[in-house]
Design a protein around this ligand. Structure first.
Ligand code: 5GP
Ligand code: MN
Length: 317
C-alpha cells in the first residue's frame, strides 16, 4: 500500500522491534540512510538492528556506527517492522527478506521501484534516499546529531555526485546546508570518499586500456575481467570515465563477478538507462542504473551493447 511520509513515520514510531536493511552492493546512500535512521531510533529506545546481506566497502568505514551493521545470520527473526531503504525490488536485499518475519516498509527514490513491500513511500524526485530520511526525521521532530548529519550528508552527496548530477535540486542543496549547520565538514567527507588505495588507481589504469567505442562514439564500454581484479578492490566511480568522454551518450562498465556472472553499471547523459537495466533484471535511475546478469562477460557484452544500440536509435537525434 502506498503511504505518505507521515504514515511511514507513524509506522516506524509505532513499531517496537525494528530491523533496517538496504540493498546489496551497498553505496553511500544506502549505508548513510540506514545509519542515520538507526541512530535516531536507538536513541529513542527502540529495539532496532541493522542487517545487510553483503560485505561493507572499506571506503565507507568512516561512517559513524557502520560496525553495528551485521551480515544476516540464521535463524530467522521476528520483528514488528522491516524497513528497507534505497532498494527498488525484493531481490536487491538478498536473503534479508526471508530472514526477517515482519511487516515491510520500503522507503526509496528509484524510478524503477517495483512496489513490492506491504507499505511504500517512493520519491523519485529525491536525489537520494538520504533526502527522504532527513525529511522524515524532520517530520518526527528529530534532533539531528553530528553523527547522523555525517551519515545523511554522505548519503545525499554521494548519490548526486557531490551536487553535480541532474538529480541535484534546490531542496538537495538546502538539506546539505542544514546538515552543514548540524556539524558536517564537506571537505572532510569529500576527502574520505576520494582517497583510494593505490590498487584502485592501478585498476583504473588497466581498465582504461579496455575502452571500446560503438555507434560512432555514442556508446563507450570498459571491461574488468577476472584477471584485473582482487577480491576487495572497489570499482566505484570507474564508469564515469567513459561517461565523461565527449560525444558518449551511454557508458557501460562490465565487471566479472564469478564464473558465469557479470555485473553491469550504466551511466548516460540523457538516455534512460534504467529501462536498459530493467531489460536485464536490474534497475536504477534515468542516468545511473545497474544489473547483474548470468553469462560470460563476452556473451553479456554482445547482448547489452546490442540493446544499448537499439535504445539510442529511439532517442531524438
Ligand atoms: P551502480 O552502477 O553505481 O552500481 O548503480 C547505479 C544505480 O543503479 C544505483 O542507484 C543502484 O541502486 C541501481 N542499481 C545498480 N544495480 C542494480 C540492480 O542490480 N538492481 C536494481 N534494481 N538497481 C540497481
Ligand atoms: Mn540511492
Amino acid at each position: 500500500m502506498e503511504c505518505s511520509l507521515q504514515s511511514a513515520a507513524n509506522l516506524i514510531l509505532q513499531a517496537e522491534t525494528i530491523v533496517i536493511t538496504a540493498h546489496v552492493h551497498p553505496d553511500g546512500d544506502s549505508l548513510g540512510s540506514m545509519l542515520a535512521l538507526y541512530q535516531y531510533l536507538e536513541a529513542k529506545g527502540k529495539n532496532v538492528q541493522m542487517l545487510l546481506d553483503d560485505t561493507l566497502p572499506v571506503l565507507y568505514e568512516f561512517l559513524p556506527g557502520i560496525q553495528k551493521i551485521h551480515r544476516s545470520t540464521e535463524p530467522p527473526i521476528d520483528a514488528d517492522l522491516l524497513v528497507i531503504l534505497d532498494a527498488s525490488d525484493e531481490e536487491r536485499i538478498g536473503k534479508i527478506g526471508k530472514l526477517v518475519k515482519a511487516a515491510v516498509l520500503n522507503i526509496d527514490h528509484h524510478i524503477s521501484n517495483t512496489k513490492f513491500a506491504d507499505y511504500w513511500y517512493i520519491d523519485s524526485a529525491a536525489a537520494a534516499t538520504g533526502e527522504v530520511i532527513l525529511a522524515m526525521l524532520k517530520l518526527m521532530d528529530a534532533q539531528i546529531s553530528p553523527d547522523m548529519a555525517v551519515c545523511l550528508y554522505t548519503a545525499i552527496a554521494t548519490d548526486c555526485g557531490f551536487f553535480r548530477y541532474a538529480n541535484t535540486s534546490a531542496q538537495t542543496l538546502r538539506y546539505a546546508a542544514d546538515l552543514v549547520e548540524c556539524g558536517v565538514k564537506p571537505h572532510l567527507i569529500s576527502e574520505y570518499v576520494d582517497v583510494r588505495p593505490l590498487s584502485s588507481l592501478l585498476i583504473l589504469q588497466k581498465a582504461l586500456g579496455t575502452l571500446e567505442l560503438y555507434c560512432n562514439g555514442k556508446i563507450a564500454a570498459i571491461t574488468i575481467s577476472q584477471s584485473l581484479l582482487d577480491d576487495d578492490d572497489s570499482t566505484e566511480g570507474l564508469v564515469n570515465y567513459p561517461r565523461n568522454i565527449v560525444g558518449v551518450e551511454i557508458a557501460i562498465l562490465f565487471k566479472f563477478v564469478e564464473a558465469g556472472v557479470c555485473r553491469i553499471s550504466f551511466r548516460s547523459k540523457n538516455a534512460d538507462v534504467s529501462r536498459l537495466a530493467l531489460e536485464f533484471g536490474g534497475g536504477g535511475h534515468i542516468r545511473a542504473a545497474g544489473c547483474t546478469v548470468k553469462g560470460t562477460v563476452e556473451e553479456t557484452k554482445r547482448k547489452v551493447i546490442a540493446a544499448a544500440k537499439r535504445q539510442l536509435q529511439e532517442l531524438p537525434a
